[in-house]
Design a protein around this ligand. Structure first.
Ligand code: GLY
Length: 364
């Protein structure tokens, strides 16, 4: 079992532990009870976790009030679900000594984390992520939220977890498309922060696809180290943390243009290629770099070109609506080499002219 500690000094959590292991789900509840003795536990999960048997495995013979999100997925990530969770906690007579245990993928973690952030002005949340995207990205870092009818994460809070427990064996039941799309965030971590990790992923992708637990454990460990160190340095996303948005500016526009038919990781893969093309336009790329990135994404079997049906969508308009846009145009995260983000005047996001982005979109 691997362990890491993330320090977030100015937050309610101060620091939290990440535990990574294989086939540990069945023993996690006793750890939750031991680590959080004195807290009343409330589990939030979704129907997929129930049908996969993960909820039963976590609880064993123990009982805890549980809210099961139905249907699983983004359509339930709204304020009504958060309200329903909060009211379920009230009906169970829970107070500020509550520990919300979020068992599931990114959607479960985001909703449960948000409900925890606002219930009685904030109670603890512990994440047990069960998807590649949640284990790599969303369970660490404290971003929580639900969507409005207009945009994603319109209601949200930074609410750092009290702990993150990762069992890579839970990935065994994840469907192949979700599994591969979630790995795009791992590739992103390697691109922005660690060329050795990029080499590792290139060499070990077959073992990753074979869901070899020891390799998945190493992948989770690498992801949490990279993401954890960025979050420690900049928990509130003032500057450095923005590097985690590599590939996301155009990726989010592509995801929205697809009507969310593309999975987040699939859209981000296209966004990563777009960022690489921008780097070429801005003379920041050495020869062959984008090809290497394209190859690893192709091996993941995620899209690396803009799907034909999105060609006539107004992506520029969607980019202008990016939540981080200032004066209707966002800044971009670019890399100077694999493993290192390009910075200018100490800033990790840079100006890219709309004409450059338009040219790149034509090439996508
Ligand atoms: N997923 C990007 C972040 O947590 O900042």
């Amino acid at each position: 079992m691997l362990e890491q500690e993330i320090k977030i000094p100015a937050s309610h959590a101060a620091s939290y532990r990440i535990i990574i292991g294989m086939d540990i789900l069945g023993s996690l509840w006793s750890r939750v009870e031991a680590d959080f003795a004195g807290y009343n536990k409330f589990v939030v999960t979704d129907e997929n976790l129930v049908s996969a048997g993960h909820l039963q495995k976590l609880l064993g013979r123990e009982k805890a009030p549980t809210f099961i999100i139905k249907p699983a997925g983004e359509t339930s990530k709204n304020i009504d679900t958060a309200v329903a969770i909060i009211e379920a906690m009230e009906k169970a007579y829970l107070g500020r000594d509550t520990l919300v245990v979020a068992l599931g993928g990114g959607t479960v973690g985001d909703i449960a984390g948000f409900a925890a952030a606002i219930f009685k002005r904030g109670v603890l949340v512990l994440h047990i992520p069960t998807t590649t995207v949640a284990q790599a990205d969303s369970s660490v870092g404290g971003k929580t939220g639900v969507d409005s009818s207009i945009s994603k994460n319109a209601f949200g809070a930074f609410w750092h977890p009290a702990a993150v427990y990762i069992d890579v064996a839970t990935l065994a039941t994840l469907d192949d498309r979700q599994f591969r799309a979630g790995l795009v965030e791992s590739v992103k971590h390697a691109i922005i922060a660690d060329s050795e990790y990029f080499d590792f992923l290139e060499c070990n992708l077959d073992a990753v696809f074979g869901r070899k637990p020891d390799v998945l454990e190493q992948v989770a460990n690498w992801n949490c180290k990279i993401k954890g160190s960025v979050v420690e340095a900049d928990p509130g996303e003032k500057n450095l943390r923005r590097i985690l948005n590599y590939g996301h500016t155009i990726g989010h526009a592509v995801e929205a243009a697809s009507g969310f038919e593309l999975l987040h990781g699939e859209a981000v893969a296209i966004g990563i290629i777009a960022a690489g093309l921008i780097e070429i336009e801005m003379k920041l790329a050495e020869p062959g770099r984008l090809e290497r990135i394209r190859q690893i994404l192709q091996k993941l079997n995620v899209p690396v070109t803009l799907p034909k049906e999105l060609a006539d969508k107004d992506l520029i308009d969607l980019i202008k609506r990016d939540k981080k846009a200032v004066n209707k145009w966002p800044k971009f995260v670019l890399i100077s080499k694999i493993g290192e983000v390009y910075s200018h005047d100490g800033q990790y996001v840079v100006d890219v002219a709309p004409e450059v982005v338009e040219k790149v979109l034509d090439k996508l």
